[in-house]
Each structure stands twice: as structure tokens, then as C-alpha cells.
Design a protein around this ligand. Structure first.
Ligand code: MLT
Length: 265
């Protein structure tokens, strides 16, 4: 646990070597990275925070913007004595990675943007986020989880029931205050294509071919904007590609880390 801006944050720190921070999706927790802990702990140092308001980290009533979560990540790195790291995230974790890149570009050894987008929300999207925040505040996490689940999974593959129940359990466990605060912060996030265009580090963009929340065309737009980027499309995976196709996800991440300049590894 660390204390930052009045909130206690929990995290896991596995393995050694190149520090790699992975930021979870909404409304999940660091537990969604279990397949990466199993598959990658021998390859790098994995630093996995529960973002404020999720998992076992404390909540705040409101969060000003996604910058708050990015500043929490910087505070965690300070606490661990890590100056520079590969920082990445899936979906909301990707939005926060972009916020981190805007605030602390010099701290990035590389960036990983999985099943995410660089654009801001539409007016309609912002209204839907407010409805999600109110739903969480009035009725709790369960109805939010049930509303989200159909969008997350790849319906083409009925053999995923174990992954589906895991996703549902993680979402149902999310604290309502954390859901509401993150929904409103995501609604206010700016367009980040300018950040991508300026990024000096290498960028791995990953996407499930069946992702309907942040489809492959969003990934291609990010790759077109970031000068040092590569795209990996993961066949048969929906939005949570790291959970649906962990081996392919891990392989893409492992080969990206191996491609970074020696001095950065
Ligand atoms: C996520 O997976 O983090 C969310 O679907 C992101 C979003 O709602 O934009």
C-alpha cells in the first residue's frame, strides 16, 4: 500500500528487471492481469496498481480528471524508486497511459495501448457515462456489470464461460464510488492524438479483432499517429484481449519488451 493525495493505493510488484506498469480496465482491478503475472513474471518486473476507487485501493468521492490516476502512477513509481518504466493499460488503463504520457513523457521507456482509443468521448458517450455513474450510485455495481458484460465478450466463441464469469465477478466487486468517479473522469478526457504524435518512445498497440468497444480501426488510427509504433491484432479476442487470449497477448508484450533498446531493458 502507498499513501498518495489522501488515498491509500494497493499494488502488486512481481519479478525483476525492466519495470512494466499495467493499468486495468473499467470497472475492473489489478486482478484482471492474473494471466500476465503467470505468463510474464520471468520476463520483466510487473507493477500492477489498483487504480483509486477500485480493487483494494481507497475511493475518493470525485476525481478531477484522469490526470489524478496518472499522478497516482507517478507517485507509485517514486515510492518504488523507479525513475522510468514501460507503462501500459487496457481500455481505461490506456486512457490513463495517455494521460501519463502527456504529463510525464520523460518517464516512459515504452508505452502499451491495449483495446483503447486516443479520441475523446462524443456528447452521446458523455451522457452514457453520467448515466453509468448515477446507476452505480443508486443501485450499485451489479447492474453496471450486467450492462457492460455483453459489450465486452466475443460472442463468436461460446467456450469462454469461465472467462465470462470471471469478468462478471470482478466487475460486480467494483466499489460504486470508484465506478462513478472513473465514469465522470473518462467523460472529461481530452483527445490525445497530439500526445501520440509527440511520443519519442516505442509504442505497442494491441487489439482484439472482435473488440466492439474500441474496435481495430481505433488501434490503426493510434498506430498511424505514433511515430514509433507497432500494431498487433489478436484474432478471436473481444475487448479484454489479455483475458480472452492471454498467450497471444503475453507473446506480443514479450516481443515488444525484447525489441526495446538494450539500455532500456
Ligand atoms: C474499459 O474497458 O475500460 C471501458 O470499456 C472503457 C470505456 O468505457 O471507454
Amino acid at each position: 500500500m502507498i499513501q498518495t493525495k489522501g488515498v491509500r493505493l494497493s499494488y502488486e510488484d512481481h519479478g525483476e528487471g525492466l519495470p512494466v506498469v499495467l493499468l486495468h480496465a473499467f470497472p475492473f482491478s489489478r486482478q484482471m492481469w492474473q494471466p500476465q503475472v503467470e505468463g510474464l513474471r520471468g520476463d520483466c518486473r510487473l507493477i500492477l496498481p489498483d487504480l483509486r476507487g477500485f480493487g483494494t485501493s481507497e475511493s475518493t468521492a470525485a476525481v478531477e480528471s484522469l490526470d489524478t490516476y496518472a499522478q497516482d502512477v507517478a507517485a507509485l513509481l517514486d515510492h518504488l524508486g523507479v525513475d522510468r518504466a514501460v507503462v501500459g493499460g487496457l481500455s481505461m488503463g490506456g486512457y490513463i497511459t495517455l494521460a501519463f504520457a502527456r504529463l510525464f513523457p520523460q518517464r516512459l521507456l515504452g508505452a502499451v495501448l491495449a483495446d483503447t482509443r486516443a479520441g475523446a468521448d462524443t456528447e452521446e458517450g458523455r451522457a452514457a457515462r453520467e448515466a453509468t455513474a448515477v446507476l452505480a450510485e443508486t443501485r450499485g455495481a451489479a447492474p453496471v456489470a450486467e450492462q457492460m458484460l455483453p459489450k465486452l465478450i466475443n460472442h463468436g466463441d461460446p467456450s469462454r464461460s469461465e472467462v465470462t464469469s470471471r469478468m462478471l465477478a470482478l466487475m460486480r466487486a467494483a466499489p460504486p464510488a470508484g465506478i462513478a468517479a472513473a465514469s465522470r473522469a473518462m467523460a472529461g478526457r481530452p483527445d490525445s492524438f497530439d500526445v501520440l504524435r509527440r511520443l519519442a518512445c516505442s509504442v505497442l498497440v494491441l487489439v482484439g479483432t472482435e473488440d466492439r468497444v474500441t474496435p481495430p480501426e481505433e488501434a490503426r488510427k493510434m498506430v498511424a499517429a505514433a511515430p514509433h509504433s507497432r500494431l498487433v491484432e489478436i484474432p478471436g479476442a473481444g475487448h479484454l484481449s489479455n483475458l480472452e487470449q492471454p498467450d497471444r497477448f503475453n507473446e506480443a508484450l514479450r516481443s515488444f519488451l525484447a525489441s526495446l533498446p538494450q539500455r532500456e531493458r
